[in-house]
Write a protein that binds this ligand. Structure first.
Ligand code: ADP
Length: 577
């Protein structure tokens, strides 16, 4: 665990982490704010632009609709609109009905000035069927007027609802509910004055009307809405807008809407408007404009820059994490080294004390008993062997750490080297009751190796097998061939190694907490270095209490005859105790 002292020692790392995090956070926040601001501005601009489009679109449509109605009404010559001139009116409307098929019904209405309610008389024009025998006008069958029985009252209501009846040449109104017709209609009124336009200019009250009923889908022409939208879109494109807006004209029908024309596919209408109520024009008509994409393009950039910010933060954190780990590792190694220095003096002193004590005894000549002399001599030898092994390991480690260890690889018989090493080792442990079983393959494996290094590696493994043997006294050494590798296996039945320790025991100076014997924690690190220098690898299998099996895997050189022969199976050739 970390103490406050450790924390103080690495304060710069903590400060750097905090600074990086803070800076990244501030950057991301600034980015988010600036992106939001840009987005809001862009959105506002876009909407204002769309609003302008919509306004000009609606204004243009209004002008066209009224102008056309005016044009139709004027084609029925105004001076003729008198009750006594009905035949002339019949001819004029017959001509107009042919010219303007988009007009659904033509009406003429007569009344006394300012007395519409009392004197209202509405006539509906009935076109003549195509019949050659019927009276003709300009080559067309002549239509006639009938009393507009059903529509007279609604027409009067509609006319009375027009605000400025006296001054407007063409008025428009719409009264769907009061009309008898199932579908709503647009009506255009054209006031008629006794004495024509002069009377109108003198602000006299009208004495009659020409009324036209039309439908949004076919008026002024069936293609009108599409043409209007196309014209408008073209104009918008010419204005160099960043994106082509999308347009639609539709009729609201209850909650639903029927599209009359559209340019592009309108998914989410941003802006919608109809005619002003005062215009009295198609109140269910809707003009809609939306940008090309519902998604604002700045969103993409915003997302990207925020993502980049977050990536930078993540990278900074990873960097700090890695530094933190490196510092921790360094700290662990420092700890291991200091433990090593503490135990090395102890490790050197113990055998030296024994050697010195038994040497003194022998030197003093006080021990005469030949058996004792032999025993003390043996102890001195064992302790010196341990000391030698220890010093060899320390020297080896220092060479390895400085990178000056050179290996002399020579072709030789691996089995012989293993057998020799085991034989030498056997003598020193026999007295403690250990048995070492050796299994070698036939034919013996030939390899290229540094005999001294391999011997040292094997001795380290054997000495560990003895030191961590617990109460077991059996050790097995096997050499076998696995495909193109030679494998030296050292197996003991001692205290074993916990799974969590198995990877770490190869780290220099590391000692498992379960290690019962004295030691410096460098033996296995040296074995691993030696084996890796030979192009091989070391592995361990173990279960606590059931012993450990170390495997040294060394690559074999490719022999001409071996390349074709199948893998040779290992067979025991010698077994000795
Ligand atoms: P040392 O034995 O001097 O501590 P080593 O590098 O040889 O150092 O071994 C590292 C650790 O691995 C030992 O401390 C011990 O915990 C564990 N170890 C090594 N060999 C064995 C074994 N045969 N059985 C059980 N534990 C072992």
């Amino acid at each position: 665990m970390y103490s406050w002292k450790d924390f103080q020692k690495h304060w710069y790392l903590v400060a750097a982490t905090a600074a990086i995090l803070l800076a990244t956070l501030v950057l991301v926040l600034m980015q988010v704010r600036s992106v939001r601001r840009t987005q809001t501005q862009a959105q506002a601009l876009l909407e204002a632009n769309l609003d302008l489009h919509l306004q000009s679109l609606v204004a243009e449509a209004r002008r066209d609709l009224i102008e056309h109605a005016d044009h139709v009404a004027h084609s029925i010559y105004q001076r003729l609109v008198r009750e006594r001139d009905l035949p002339g009116l019949q001819r004029a409307v017959t001509r107009a009905a042919r010219r303007f098929p988009e007009v659904r019904d033509f009406y003429v209405v007569f009344f006394a000035p300012r007395q519409e309610r009392e004197t209202w008389r509405a006539l509906r024009f009935v076109p003549a069927p195509d019949d050659a025998n019927a009276p003709q006008f300009n080559g067309a069958p002549l239509g006639h007027f009938v009393e507009a029985a059903d529509f007279s009252a609604p027409l009067l209501t509609a006319w009375l609802s027009v605000a400025e009846r006296a001054t407007l040449a063409t008025a428009a109104t719409f009264a769907p509910v009061s009309l008898a017709q199932p579908e709503p209609r647009q009506i255009f009124f054209h006031p008629v004055y006794e004495g024509g336009r002069v009377a109108q200019q003198q602000q006299l009250a009208p004495v009659g009307l020409i009324a036209l009923t039309v439908e949004a889908a076919t008026y002024p022409t069936p293609d009108y809405w599409r043409a209007l939208l196309a014209r408008h879109a073209e104009r918008a494109a010419g204005q160099g807008l960043p994106e082509q807006p999308m347009y639609q004209v539709s009729l609201a029908e209850g909650a639903a809407a029927r599209s009359l024309a559209a340019i592009g596919t309108l998914k989410t209408p941003l802006r919608q408007r109809g005619f002003l109520a005062a215009d009295g024009l198609f109140p269910t008509l809707r003009f809609q404009v939306a940008p090309h994409e519902a998604r604002n393009p700045t969103n993409k950039n915003a997302g990207l820059s925020i993502l980049l910010g977050l990536c930078a933060a993540a990278l900074a954190l990873v960097g700090v994490g890695m530094t933190w780990r490196a510092v921790q590792r360094e700290r662990r190694v420092a700890q291991l080294k200091s433990d090593f220095l503490a135990s090395i003096s102890h490790e050197l002193k113990t055998p030296l004390t024994a050697i010195r004590a038994f040497g003194d005894l022998l030197h003093s000549g006080r021990v005469r008993n030949a058996e004792r002399i032999h025993e003390y001599g043996g102890l001195i030898k064992t302790e010196s062997d341990r000391l030698t092994a220890l010093i060899n390991n320390i020297l080896e480690l220092s060479r390895l750490e400085r990178g000056v260890r050179k290996y002399r690889l020579e072709d030789g018989t691996l089995c012989a080297a293993v057998a020799e090493t085991v034989e030498v080792f056997r003598h020193s442990v026999e007295a403690q009751g250990f048995t070492i079983a050796v299994t070698l393959p036939t034919p013996p494996l030939k390899a290229s190796f540094d005999a001294n290094a391999i011997r040292q590696a094997l001795l380290n493994l054997l000495s560990n097998a003895v030191r961590y043997a617990g109460t077991a006294r059996r050790i097995e050494v096997t050499v076998e061939r696995e495909q193109m590798d030679a494998v030296i296996i050292v197996r003991d039945f001692g205290i074993g190694i916990a799974a969590s320790e198995q990877r770490r025991i190869f780290t220099p100076f590391y000692r498992a907490p379960q290690a019962t014997e004295r030691g410096l924690g460098i033996g296995l690190a040296i074995v691993r270095e030696i084996i890796q220098a030979h192009g091989g690898e070391i592995s361990v299998e173990s279960e606590p209490g059931a012993g450990a099996t170390f495997r040294l895997r060394l690559p074999l050189p490719m022999m001409a005859e071996e390349a074709v022969s199948p893998a040779l199976t290992a067979r025991p050739v010698s077994e000795s105790n």
